[in-house]
Design a protein around this ligand. Structure first.
Ligand SMILES: *Cc1c(COP(=O)(O)O)cnc(C)c1O
Length: 383
């Protein structure tokens, strides 16, 4: 036990100790120590998960026949729940793709797809700032792995030129909107680079863009008009979609391949059909009763206000989204700032190493469309 205690002491000394937050979450609010706080740490970007009317509407269609709480096996072993086919059909219709496939979570998707589609003759070139789940997927693969500087496509092209003769295939992996800085990849440039070669595939994780970007909320690739030029277009339902699970938009042959090769898909119980039905309900009403456009307009407006305020203080901020870092540097000071904001009714958390690079500890604001402009203005005063 000494080993574990020593390691925990070390984490505490570095100011990077984590514990599960206390408090109750209700509607876009957090209740903690008899205090009510606006939740600036949630990924419910459109307020869908906390929308009571929407929930009532969904529940009115549920009865004891169609409330199916478990899949009771992997999808390969047994099946016969329509919800999955319905959701996958909805997705491929909306995205205009040959196929779509649903997974248990974004984490399952990334740790399963990457090792399945790559082998020892594959080179993976990944953005320096990709999410832990993508890194874990790469580490589970047998591929060679190099990282290019964040959003630095000249560096990416250099690495391609240097290595392309040594591999059968190159997979480029990136997020579309990045988790910690809220900045975005240049998807069109990446498609361009891919199209210059015949053995490059593109893997894009839209976790923070699905539901909040694009004409009808399908992500940054929709906004840029390149949805069908990305070989592996992946996203989660756990964030803006207000549900759980994940998807890939791809060619039919890729889906067929994943059904046969993807270990986190083959060897794990599928999500309950009731969750899949809720996801399908959200996806199909995004541009109807959910009123995506109106929610997005408010989110865009408050995000812009906060970004401009941070930049006007001379703090570097490359965010172009609703994820907005307030970079402080020192972990302990970031924690103090987070406590101060909480005392004043704003639940915003400090993000520290190893989640972000040493010396870039920050408050990470993750805004949602329920937040009012006045609330953002009072937050700005506190900064
Ligand atoms: C949140 C996130 C995931 C994980 O998705 P879950 O559905 O929560 O497991 C994957 N990739 C990125 C970029 C994320 O931000």
């Amino acid at each position: 036990m000494d080993y574990f205690e020593r390691e925990i002491e070390k984490i505490k000394k570095e100011g990077n100790y984590r514990e599960l937050p206390k408090g109750k979450s209700l509607g876009g609010l957090i209740y903690k120590d008899n205090k009510k706080m606006i939740n600036l740490a949630s990924n419910d970007y459109l307020g869908i998960a906390s929308d009571i009317d929407l929930r009532n509407n969904f529940i009115s269609k549920i009865n004891k026949e169609n409330f199916i709480p478990s899949y009771s096996s992997s999808r390969l072993l047994s099946g016969g729940f329509d919800a999955y086919e319905e959701l996958e059909e909805s997705l491929s219709r909306l995205f205009g793709s040959e196929a779509a496939m649903v997974f248990n979570s974004g984490y399952h998707a990334n740790i399963g797809i990457i090792p399945a589609i790559s082998d020892s003759k594959t080179l993976i070139l990944a953005d320096k700032l990709i999410h832990a789940s993508l890194i874990d997927g790469i580490l589970l693969s047998k591929s060679k792995f190099l990282r290019y500087h964040h959003n630095d496509y000249e560096h990416l092209e250099e690495l391609i030129e240097k290595n392309k003769r040594d591999y059968e295939r190159i997979i480029i992996a990136s997020e579309s909107i990045f988790s910690m800085d809220g900045d975005e990849a240049d998807l069109l440039r990446m498609v361009d680079i891919k199209e210059k070669h015949n053995n490059i595939l593109l893997y894009i994780d839209e976790a923070h863009a699905i539901g909040v970007r694009g004409e009808s909320g399908l992500g940054l690739a929709q906004e840029k008009g390149c949805m069908n030029k990305i070989d592996f277009l992946v996203g989660t339902f756990g964030k803006a979609i207000g549900s759980v699970g994940a998807y890939i938009i791809c060619k039919s042959v890729i889906k067929e391949f994943l059904i046969n090769k993807m270990r986190s898909f083959i060897f794990s119980t599928a999500l309950p059909p009731i969750n899949i039905a809720w996801t399908n309900f959200v996806i199909n009403n995004l541009n109807g009763s959910i009123n995506y456009k109106q929610r997005k307009n408010n989110l865009d407006n408050i995000s812009k206000k906060l970004r401009e305020a941070i930049i006007s203080k001379g703090i570097p901020c490359t965010s172009t989204s609703h994820i907005i870092p307030y970079i402080i540097g020192d972990s302990a000071i970031a924690m103090q700032k987070s406590n101060l904001l909480q005392e004043n009714g704003f639940y915003a958390l400090a993000v520290r190493p190893p989640t972000v690079a040493k010396g870039t500890s920050r408050i990470r604001f993750s805004l949602n469309s329920n937040i009012k402009e006045e609330e953002i203005l009072s937050l700005i005063k506190l900064l």
